[in-house]
Design a protein around this ligand. Structure first.
Ligand code: SF4
Length: 171
């Protein structure tokens, strides 16, 4: 991972071959802890999940920027409830949250799925992001998008099509 040096200024070339200027809204931030790797409270392996997220979301663009928060346990140090897509580890698997936001109009994200495998959680995040890409207005963040469409429409149009989500569990 390249480390910024204050003397380097703002030249993207200083960040190495993987860095490139953004030309459209994309995943701006994946805030994460290291789960079981470094923290005694960690419930799942975050490193593998974050690598999968990086692979799935790189080069994707969206109507507005997306921030993610991936936390290794329900203490939620990565502020997953306040991110566009939040993923939280628990002893049984992963919880997925969608539509959270901090800032001047904060919103807690909606609970989408819980107790799923890492593959299912990443797949769910990808499907949510795809639905958001197809249905949100330009520059509309996920929090405002969810306020506009509501969780019931998301359930009927998307979540009911995801085989591993039992809808009666999503309150
Ligand atoms: S969310 Fe916080 S307490 Fe939980 S595993 Fe991550 S760093 Fe540790």
């Amino acid at each position: 991972m390249p480390v910024l040096n204050r003397k380097m200024g703002n030249d993207m070339n200083d960040l190495g071959p993987l860095a490139k200027p953004e030309t459209a809204p994309c995943v701006k931030l994946v805030q994460a802890c290291l789960g079981t790797t470094w923290c005694k409270y960690g419930k799942q392996d975050l490193i593998g999940l974050i690598c999968a997220i990086d692979e799935k979301f790189k080069d994707q663009t969206f109507p507005a920027k997306i921030r993610m928060g991936v936390s290794g346990c329900p203490r939620c140090c990565s502020e997953s409830h306040l991110r566009d897509i939040g993923i939280i580890a628990n002893p049984k698997g992963w919880t997925v949250i969608f539509g959270g936001n901090g800032g001047t109009r904060p919103r807690l994200g909606d609970l989408i799925a819980r107790d799923h495998s890492a593959d299912e959680a990443v797949d769910c995040a990808q499907r949510l992001a795809g639905y958001y890409r197809s249905h949100a207005k330009s520059h509309e963040r996920t929090a405002r998008f969810m306020e506009r469409i509501g969780i019931d429409l998301l359930k009927s149009e998307l979540l009911s099509l995801i085989p591993y989500i039992p809808l009666k569990k999503v309150k």
